[in-house]
Write a protein that binds this ligand. Structure first.
Ligand code: NAD
Length: 484
């Protein structure tokens, strides 16, 4: 098995195995080959991880912010030195093409570590003068944080959570998705090499039940989940019953609005980024593409031409632009949505078929036109390269329709009219918006969802708020003025 890790879990600075856990087979989506086997965490493994995280966090919280930042920045450097091998592993884990993983996964993980490593030394409390008296605030870590990952960005998700958590003085237990368990283990190794004390970043494998056990443990202070809305609702409810802090990065069905005056090539390019990147398996994808009547047919024609030119094939070939879907069940789910789209009367403009010439879970880039708001493919997250084009005539109408969903992760607008762009974005109910581009998520900017798409923000200075809490200290400088 060509990607077999040393053992399933990484706890207290070393690999740990317990084959009593349920088997997790790791299948390379491009060939259906078994590349690794790990085991879901048993209660004994979960206990070890929690005990290690709890013990290590106490000393870590007493280190200076500068020292913590230095270790994170060193980890970022090591990740960049190993970008090639980490990207190859990301490709084996997910099936995403190396052309993508080489610039979007380990690199993005390193950027998060570099950013929070650089930011944390300047994060301080406040002094609040009250005449002679004063209050000062102390920004304190939360304690032991649990990170639970989705399968589409296993390296990035691990570091988007670990970087702010560790920077703020917390420990983390990260449970990768059972679909892509490999990459986080490499990150755990690198943290140790960079000088992070053992026990501060632990990886435990497992299915939802392992996530559930971590979320409900009294010793866990914070839960950050990246996953679907139904899982998010369960995890949020479980965490709330213990009054834990949460960050919820969940799914979406985001609108991308293209006005008649948009630059056609840019709008098509933006819609491709919004639907085809990572074979459509991106939470923030703009899958409801509202196109104004005047530009509609030209847009659809040009999009289909460019979709036909996408190079699909071996993800390890640097020329390949699109790989397979992550697994068989995702392939079946996406093909099922294509059938529903056709049955409900949407016009299939391009694609829609499994690519049988290739082994693995490949599907054609797929475009539906004449999609109506109430069709299933316009309402539910598909998580595959399936774009729906919906027609619209005017701005007020499209804003109301764009917002008519329980999701609120992202949104985009293409127009040359500057004031309209800002007006529309202001009216859209979404945590992350783009004007004349799509799906860029630099670490400097907050990222996250509104409505059912999430709670809290990752990246940027905002993430510090979600991995620390404030203590206020009132200092009296005179005698106590008590009426009793
Ligand atoms: P999922 O909800 O099936 O699983 C996510 C994680 O939660 C997995 O690790 C899983 O094992 C765990 N889990 C499942 N049930 C649990 C429970 N009861 N308690 C604790 N943990 C549990 O999601 P997925 O299929 O792995 O990923 C795809 C979804 O993730 C999509 O909806 C996508 O939009 C979303 N996503 C969101 C973002 C974001 O930043 N907003 C990023 C990537 C993916």
């Amino acid at each position: 098995m060509r990607a077999q890790p040393t053992a399933s879990h990484f706890i207290n600075g070393e690999y740990v195995e317990d084959i009593a856990g349920k088997v997790i087979d790791v299948i390379y989506p491009a060939t259906e080959e078994l590349i690794a086997r790990v085991y879901s965490a048993t209660p004994a493994i979960i206990e070890q991880a929690i005990a290690a995280g709890k013990a290590a966090q106490i000393a870590w919280s007493k280190t200076s912010n500068t020292e913590r930042g230095r270790i994170l920045r060193r980890a970022a450097e090591i990740i960049m030195e190993r970008n090639q091998s980490l990207s190859e592993l990301e490709t084996l884990d997910t099936g995403k093409p190396l052309q993508e993983t080489i610039c979007a996964d380990a690199t993005s993980a390193a950027e998060a570590l570099e950013y929070f490593g650089g930011l944390i030394p300047s994060v301080t409390g406040e002094h609040i003068p009250l005449g002679d008296d004063f209050v000062y605030t102390i920004r304190e870590p939360l304690g032991l944080c649990v990170g639970i990952g989705a399968w589409n960005y296993p390296t990035q998700i691990a570091c988007w959570k670990a970087a702010p958590a560790l920077a703020c003085g917390n420990a983390m237990i990260f449970k990768p998705s059972e679909v892509t368990p490999l990459c986080a283990l490499k990150i755990a190794e690198i943290f140790i090499e960079a000088g992070l004390p053992a026990g501060l970043f632990n990886v435990v494998q497992g299915y939802g039940d392992v996530g559930g056990a971590l979320v409900t443990d009294e010793r866990v202070n914070k839960v950050s989940l990246t996953g679907s809305v139904p899982t998010g609702k369960k995890v949020y409810a479980a965490a709330a019953s213990h009054m834990k802090h949460v960050t919820m990065e969940l799914g979406g069905k985001s609108p991308l609005i293209i006005f008649d005056d948009a630059n056609l090539e840019d709008a098509v390019g933006g819609a491709m980024l919004a639907n085809m990147y990572s074979t459509g398996q991106v939470c923030s994808n703009g899958t409801r593409v509202f196109v104004q009547s005047g530009i509609k047919e030209a847009f659809i024609k040009r999009f289909a031409e460019r979709a036909a030119a996408i190079k699909i094939g071996d993800p390890m070939d640097m020329d390949t632009q699109m790989g397979p879907l992550v697994n068989k069940s995702q392939l079946e789910k996406v093909l099922g949505y294509v059938e529903v789209g056709k049955d409900e009367g949407a016009r299939l403009v391009y694609g829609g078929e499994r690519i049988n010439d290739l082994d693995g879970y490949y599907i054609e880039p797929t475009v539906f036109a004449d999609v109506k708001d109430d069709m299933t493919i316009a309402r539910e997250e598909i998580f595959g390269p399936v774009m729906s084009v919906l027609d619209f005539d005017n701005e007020d109408e499209v804003i109301a329709r764009a917002n008519n969903t329980e999701f609120g992760l992202s949104a985009g607008v293409f127009t040359k009219d500057l004031t309209r762009a800002h007006r529309v974005v202001k009216a859209l109910e979404a945590g992350t918006c783009w004007i004349n581009t799509y799906n860029l998520a630099p670490v400097e900017a907050p990222f996250g969802g509104s409505k059912s798409s999430g709670v809290g923000r990752e990246n940027s200075k905002a993430a510090i708020e979600h991995y620390s809490e404030l203590k206020s200290v009132y200092v009296a400088m005179g005698p106590v003025d008590s009426p009793y």
